[in-house]
Design a protein around this ligand. Sequence first.
Ligand SMILES: Cc1cc2nc3c(=O)[nH]c(=O)nc-3n(C[C@H](O)[C@H](O)[C@H](O)COP(=O)(O)O)c2cc1C
Length: 184
Amino acid sequence: MDNNQVLDAIYERRSIRKYKDKDLSKEQIEALVRAALLSPSSRNKQPWKLSVLTNKDLISEYEKGIIQHFIELGEEWIIKHNEARGNKIFYDAPIVFVISMKEGSGIDVGIMAQSIAIAAKGMGLDSVILGFPRVMFAEQYGDKWANILEFPEGYVYGISVAVGYGAEEGRQRDPDYSKVSYLK
Ligand SMILES: Cc1cc2nc3c(=O)[nH]c(=O)nc-3n(C[C@H](O)[C@H](O)[C@H](O)COP(=O)(O)O)c2cc1C
């Protein structure tokens, strides 16, 4: 089991919420896209669309919209939570993969997200999987973000993954073996 690069990537991946101001190369982006698209899906239906965001103005606009959404919602804990993270949702990552999906395909897109995260780790990059960006698809915003992100007709937000060169260690944690039953 030693020197197994896949296991190393899985064991060493952590959610990273601080990134260096350094873009990915075209080759790196293509490798991540390939890893994403080769993810398994139920009956190989591939019920997803991958929107690749590198436009910093667009990422910033999306982020500001999410922060504003929570402010307008008035939920104190989440406003404080966001403030504690510098009101960052994408944490200045140079690239964000937004995965939209056919309704009910959460498992498929979750696997795609993990493919991106593990591939990134294997390539010496870091990542964080993101559920929060979902809020910009609430009814009051209509199709604004679905159109901007080029979701296919009828697709809904699935999950996002921000990727970049990490500028922090990430929180170490041990496996919680109480979550396992070895059946006899
Ligand atoms: C479905 C899902 C949604 C998540 N959404 C967010 C998010 O919106 N913002 C964030 O900072 N982290 C988010 N995370 C990261 C989790 O907080 C993180 O995976 C968890 O705390 C375990 O830490 P680790 O990834 O460093 O092992 C999400 C993770 C998953 C799997």
